[in-house]
Design a protein. Structure first.
Length: 258
C-alpha cells in the first residue's frame, strides 16, 4: 500500500514483492513516486511477517537501483532490532557493492534510519502529517493504525486490528478514505478451526466493521487484508450491507488506485 502526494510515496507495511509491485504501478499507471529509487519511507503497522517480509527487499533493492539516501522506517518497538539484523545478514552484499567491482551505489542508501514510535504525531513534512493510533491485535503489545493528513485528503489505514470503534471514530472522524482489514462473518460462522478462531478473536468481521464505519463516517471505505475462506469480494460487501452499512465501500486489490 502506498499513499502518493506531490511526487512522494508513503508506504504502509512491506509485504512480499513490495518493490516489484511498486515498479509495476510505476509502469502501468505512470507513478514515478513508486519507482524503486523513490521508495524512501515506510510506516510499519506491526511486525507480523506478512507485513514485514518485504523489508529486506525495500531496504536493499532500491539501494542497488540508486536511491539517493537511507530508508526511513517508522514502526513499533522491535523495529530497530529487526532492521539491524537485516543489515547484519546482508553485510557482505553491501560490502561488495560498495567496495567490489560493481558500479558503486549511493554509500548511505543501504542504511535504515529507524524511528520507533508511540501514539501521536510521528512524522511531518511540508505536505504530509502522520499520526499513529494503538489498535488491539492478538498478543502484540504494539500495533498501530495510521492517519495520513495531506493537502487535500485524509486517509486512515487500520493495519491488523480487532474491532476498535472508538479508535477509528477518532482517527477517521469523517475522513476521505478509511482502509480497513476485514474477514467474512459468514465464512467464519461457528469458528470450526483453531486458525479461524484466532482470526475471529483478533481481526474485524464484516458485521463488526459495519459498526466501526458507521461511527468513523469515511467518505470511502476500502476493504483490505481480506480473509475470504470461500466467499467472494461481492459477498464481503453484501455482508456489510446486511449489517446496515450503506456508505461507499470497495474491496481493494493490488495496483488499484483510489
Amino acid at each position: 500500500m502506498a499513499i502518493v502526494v506531490d511526487g512522494r510515496s508513503y508506504l504502509v507495511d512491506a509485504g512480499s514483492g513490495i518493490v516489484r509491485q511498486a515498479a509495476r504501478a510505476t509502469r502501468d499507471w505512470n507513478i514515478p513516486a513508486l519507482a524503486p529509487d523513490s521508495l524512501s519511507r515506510v510506516f510499519l503497522t506491526h511486525l507480523h511477517s506478512d507485513h514485514t517480509i518485504g523489508l529486506p527487499d525495500l531496504l536493499l533493492s532500491p539501494f542497488v537501483l540508486d536511491r539517493p539516501g537511507p530508508l526511513e522506517v517508522y514502526g513499533p518497538a522491535g523495529t530497530q532490532r529487526m532492521a539491524a539484523h537485516i543489515m547484519e545478514a546482508w553485510d557482505q552484499d553491501v560490502h561488495m557493492r560498495l567496495f567490489g567491482l560493481e558500479p558503486r551505489p549511493n554509500v548511505d542508501a543501504w542504511r535504515a534510519n529507524v524511528h520507533e514510535i508511540s501514539e501521536g504525531i510521528i512524522y511531518e513534512d511540508d505536505v504530509m502529517r502522520v499520526s499513529a493510533f494503538w489498535v488491539p491485535h492478538g498478543s502484540w503489545p504494539y500495533a498501530y493504525a495510521y492517519r495520513f493528513e495531506g493537502p487535500d485528503r485524509v486517509i486512515v489505514v487500520s493495519g491488523d486490528t480487532g474491532p476498535a470503534p472508538d479508535v477509528f471514530a477518532e482517527a477517521c472522524n469523517g475522513c476521505d478514505v478509511l482502509i480497513h482489514e476485514v474477514y467474512s462473518t459468514t465464512a467464519f460462522a461457528g469458528r470450526p478451526s483453531e486458525w479461524q478462531r484466532y482470526h475471529a478473536d483478533n481481526h474485524t468481521s464484516t458485521h463488526e466493521l459495519a459498526q466501526v464505519a458507521l461511527r468513523a463516517r469515511p467518505r470511502l471505505l476500502v476493504l483490505y487484508h481480506q480473509l475470504f475462506w470461500g466467499v467472494t469480494e461481492d459477498d464481503l460487501i453484501q455482508e456489510m450491507r446486511d449489517a446496515g452499512y450503506v456508505g461507499d465501500v470497495s474491496s481493494g486489490k493490488d495496483i488499484d488506485i483510489f
